[in-house]
Write a protein that binds this ligand. Structure first.
Ligand code: PLP
Length: 486
């Protein structure tokens, strides 16, 4: 491809992206296709000769767009959002265009220093504790690809600290024990497996029946039992906004236990932590001043496109102890002077993209006010939906809804009936929701946070849920009116 062809295709591509995002509401939310259908639309053999942009573009229109699940669709109520913004898309494009690989300061000083600055900006915007600031004695932050990677590096740092670094030499993880609840994200267990601790040494701490939040007394008891058995408790994950139901573990009380026994306290605020951009939701930060590490994802709710996870630690010595390795070919005077950060030592891979650009562009071109507006809008819509649900006795809300997730079920029905509600609403392709199970109870999750979701979309989803509920659970006294409660 020549520079001239690149310029022409680039204009076309930007149009394509803008047209896609502006028209995404006209599409089915998820495609009606089966595994293998996409591949069958493309040639089995690679092209024998270069093709033109228009040929490639034609296949984007013919193959890619119709077979996507549309996360930016206003009727996307599934999982947690992964919303994007034009400003962050520009940052992503520039990152690809500059093609730098910022594994160390010397391999691209701007990549490193803008990232450090963004972590400090976000610390201020989220009102996080100063112990995470890059200029603090032992703290600092880094952009990871995902909350799962953030959890993994937290576990590795904790493992290093608990063994006084010995694990790097002898690899002995046999006595280490970690703690979280059954509501925590599966990435905790995955991280422990990767770290050689395994599922076997993950203690599932009890949670409260109504809020799904960890019981600190149960944590204390589990830690005491493990200590008495000669094991080494080393890591606790407290979640601020669980994936299933958006439960908040009581981090301040959990921190008491952790401090007593010098356990690493990681707080996973992957989805909900971003709410702290708005002052009235700063309660999501409760207890962070006592955490060893914390992560939250601008790529979920803030509008900075995937992938962008912010990870902070108050103990970068442990992180660097666990992850820094210095082969001769990576030595640099800058790093040896101690004045420069080499982010390769803060993450699992060596190489890294210039992800800070999309955050920087977003904060400058859209401003934090735009994210605050969206957060308030989404929480407001969720509250409104919860009121409609509460006013309809066919339905039941099964968990608190502190921010932008409502979990509901058909009241008094078997799980299978709620499962059928979920399958039916998804099958039509107009909306997309996901299912969870909370202590054995099937629930339909409505997660509000897509870029373009407005009140009308939530209201239409609610009307559709009511319509299906009437079919699944006929009510003899039903007048046939939809009880919208709007
Ligand atoms: N933690 C929580 C609470 C989550 O909700 C999720 C994903 O939804 C994750 C971790 C994993 O996120 P990621 O895809 O960034 O690894």
């Amino acid at each position: 491809m020549t520079p001239e062809e690149f310029r022409a295709a680039g204009y076309d591509l930007i149009d394509l992206i803008a047209d896609y995002l502006e028209g995404v509401d006209q599409r089915r939310v998820v495609p009606d296709i089966s595994p293998g259908d996409v591949r069958a639309m493309l040639p089995e053999r690679p092209p024998a000769a270069p093709e033109s942009w228009s040929q490639v573009r034609a296949d984007v229109d013919r193959v890619v767009l119709p077979t996507l699940s549309h996360w930016q669709h206003p009727n996307w109520f599934a999982y947690f959002p992964a919303n994007t913004t034009y400003s962050s898309i520009l940052g992503e494009l520039l990152s690809a265009g500059l093609g730098v690989q910022g594994m160390s300061w010397v391999t691209s000083p701007a990549c490193t220093e803008i990232e450090t600055l963004m972590l400090d900006w976000m610390l201020e915007l989220l009102d996080l504790p100063d112990r995470f600031r890059s200029t603090s004695e032992h703290g600092g932050g880094v952009i990871q690809g995902s909350a799962s990677e953030a959890t993994l590096v937290a576990i590795l740092a904790a493992r290093w600290r608990a063994t006084g670094g010995a694990v790097n030499a002898d690899g002995d993880t046999t006595k280490l024990v970690a703690y979280t609840t059954s509501q925590a994200h599966s990435s905790i267990e995955k991280g422990l497996r990767i770290a050689g601790v395994g599922t076997y040494r993950l203690r599932i701490v009890d949670h409260l029946d109504d809020t799904f939040a960890m019981r600190p007394a149960s944590l204390a008891a589990a830690v005491a039992a493990d200590l008495a058995a000669g094991l080494t408790p080393f890591f606790v994950c407290s979640t601020h906004g669980t994936t299933s139901s958006m439960a908040f573990d009581p981090t301040t009380d959990i921190a008491e236990v952790c401090e007593r026994h010098d356990l690493w306290l990681h707080v996973d605020g992957a989805m909900s932590g971003i709410a702290a951009l708005t002052p009235e939701f700063r309660w999501v930060n409760d207890g962070l001043d006592r955490a060893d590490s914390y992560c939250t994802n601008p790529h979920k709710w803030m509008g900075v496109n995937f992938d962008c996870t912010l990870f902070w630690t108050a103990d970068r010595r442990a992180l660097l102890g666990a992850l820094s390795i210095l082969p001769e070919y990576l030595r640099s005077a800058a790093a040896e002077s101690g004045a420069a950060i080499d982010y390769r030592d803060w993450q699992v891979p060596l190489g890294r993209r210039f992800r800070a650009l999309k955050l920087w562009f977003n904060l400058r071109l859209d401003g934090v006010g735009s994210a605050q507006e969206r957060i308030r809008r989404d929480v407001g819509l969720t509250d409104e939906l919860a009121r409609w649900v509460a006013n309809d006795d066919r339905f039941e809300i099964v968990a608190p809804h502190p921010l932008n997730l409502v979990c509901l079920r058909l009241a008094g029905q078997l799980n299978e009936v709620t499962d059928e509600l979920i399958d039916t609403v998804n099958a039509a392709g107009e909306f997309h929701v996901t299912r969870t199970v909370l202590d054995g109870v099937s629930a339909l999750r409505v997660s509000v946070g897509s870029r373009t979701t407005e009140r009308e979309h939530v209201a239409r989803l609610w009307a559709e849920l009511q319509r299906i509920a009437r079919l699944l659970v006929p009510d003899e006294d039903d007048t046939g009116e939809l009880r919208l409660g709007i």
